[in-house]
Ligand binder design. Structure first.
Ligand SMILES: Nc1nc2c(c(=O)[nH]1)N[C@H]1C(S)=C(S)[C@@H](COP(=O)(O)O)O[C@H]1N2
Ligand SMILES: [Mo]
Length: 458
């Protein structure tokens, strides 16, 4: 340091550093609403804290701070966020309702009962699936790069330019390929996050239609090419998270693929991909790339780990010694599934007029509509048809991108112990498989067997 002594006693006051500046904030602290956060940085750099608590990093605060400047750091002493070797220092704050399977990277789902409270899942309650630290994006410097290898055209768009393009809204469910893996793991262990049934949510997404952007760049659809999405989140070797979808899906105006900057009418929050993410309706969550930095139109599929060596399913008898990831296609459209969200497994509940109420969701990938959800409490000997809470209109045939929430009343007797099963059917008349045993796979993906919940009637 040049002219500041490195200590922080009451005599000399409270000082912090920000960038190269050194500030005596003794008289600033009592006036500042977030001073508890500021005090965390006392005697050190405020930079990392202001990246977490971004509400403090405003022009006004910075201007005020400037009036307390008492000196400058030597270049070597600057603790900017770039110099932090902790990539987790800038993770956003999360709602405590999200039950975290892992903190770093952050992976969490809400309690299932939250899902059936509303057709659109509130942003703060929407599951989060991150493979890497959440990237820090400066919106002024942000650019989306589009490279079309098929015709050698490239383009860069600022966030402002993107927002000037025609805005489209699509309501779509996103589901992790590993949703319900926890149930599959009960059959045989699996390497992977033990997701419950809530690695899924439904939201209204707004942004730019991908087909519009690509057409502008002279792209024509074909049956064999691919569109890669690269995130701004990178691993320690600077490789970004990436995945691809077939070009034919991207170019289909009825495919409704958008680059979204809004979720349920709000700007995307950091966990869900601020400032821009791909929304690929009907397709597994992993292709809905967040923090979108680059799009590539290529003859080849993405060679990313997540496209090639993950999010694929195999025979139950395939193990890590025999698996050949090249032999299975990357998951795109998701299969049909449903889950009972209330009551929860193990609940003891009161019957009302001889009935209990059961609620859940049902969804099928690829734009298929849910036409029916059947429930059984006697091992499949008899079935009760649930009421669909909303007949999901979608945007046309084969464009049913949202889930259907459902409700059923089940007659029960006092003291009865039952196992409730749910089985959904889509408009292709595809139904869920009966057991996880028969669909077990070593990655624990597309786990769509009947949902089963054991309860006792008080
Ligand atoms: N850039 C980037 N995009 C990503 C991921 C990621 O780790 N990085 N995770 C994917 C996976 S596996 C899923 S299931 C969804 C989760 O989206 P959400 O966190 O908004 O619910 O984002 C996908 N997009
Ligand atoms: Mo996922």
């Amino acid at each position: 340091m040049d002219d500041v002594t490195k200590h922080n006693s009451p005599q000399t006051g409270i000082w912090i550093t920000y960038g190269i500046g050194v500030y005596d904030i003794t008289s600033f602290v009592p006036k500042h609403p977030g001073s508890d956060k500021v005090m965390l940085a006392a005697g050190s750099a405020i930079d990392p804290f202001w990246h977490i608590y971004q509400q403090h990093n405003t022009k006004e605060v910075l201007k005020l701070l400037e009036t307390f400047r008492i000196g400058n750091l030597k270049e070597d002493d600057v603790i900017g966020t770039k110099d932090l070797d902790n990539p987790w220092a800038t993770e956003p704050k999360r709602h405590p309702i999200l039950k975290a399977a892992t903190q770093r990277p952050f992976n969490a789902e809400p309690p299932a009962s939250v899902l059936v409270d509303s057709f659109l899942t509130p942003n703060e309650f929407f599951y989060v699936r991150n493979h890497l630290p959440v990237p820090e994006v400066n919106i002024e410097e942000y650019e989306l790069e589009i490279d079309v290898e098929l015709n050698d055209k490239s383009k860069r768009l600022s966030f402002e330019e993107l927002k000037k393009l025609p805005k489209h809204t699509v309501t779509a469910t996103i589901m992790c390929g590993g949703n319900r893996r926890g149930e599959m793991m009960e059959i045989k262990p699996i390497k992977g996050l033990p997701w419950g049934p809530s690695a899924v949510g439904n939201a209204e997404w707004s942004g730019v239609r991908l087909v519009d952007l690509l057409k502008e760049m002279g792209v024509e659809s074909d049956e064999t090419s691919h569109v890669h999405f690269e995130g701004l989140d990178t691993d320690p070797t600077h490789t970004p998270y990436a995945a691809s979808i077939p070009l034919s899906k991207a170019m289909d105006p009825r495919g409704d693929v958008i680059l979204a900057y809004e979720m349920n009418g709000q700007p995307l929050n950091r966990d869900h991909g601020y400032p821009l993410r791909a929304i690929v309706p009907g397709v597994v969550g992993s292709r809905n790339v967040k923090w979108l930095g680059r799009i590539v139109v290529s003859k080849d599929e993405s060679d990313s780990h997540w496209q090639q060596n993950d999010y694929k399913s195999f025979s139950p008898s395939t193990d890590w010694d025999t698996v050949d990831f090249k032999r299975a296609p990357a998951i795109q459209n998701m299969p049909i599934t449903s889950a009972i969200c209330t009551p929860a497994n193990g609940d003891r509940l009161e019957a009302k007029d001889g009935y209990i109420t059961v609620k859940g969701y049902a969804w099928s990938g690829g734009g298929q509509a849910i036409i029916r959800v059947d429930l059984s409490v006697d091992g499949g000997n008899s079935w009760i048809v649930a009421d669909l809470d909303q007949v999901e209109q979608g945007t046309g045939r084969g464009r049913h991108w949202s889930w259907s929430l459902w409700t059923a009343k089940i007659p029960v007797k006092r003291g009865q112990k039952i196992e409730i099963w749910s089985k959904a059917v889509d408009d292709n008349y595809n139904a869920q498989p009966e057991t996880f045993k028969n669909i077990w796979n070593l990655r624990g993906v597309v786990g769509n067997a009947y949902s089963r919940v054991k309860v006792e009637v008080k």
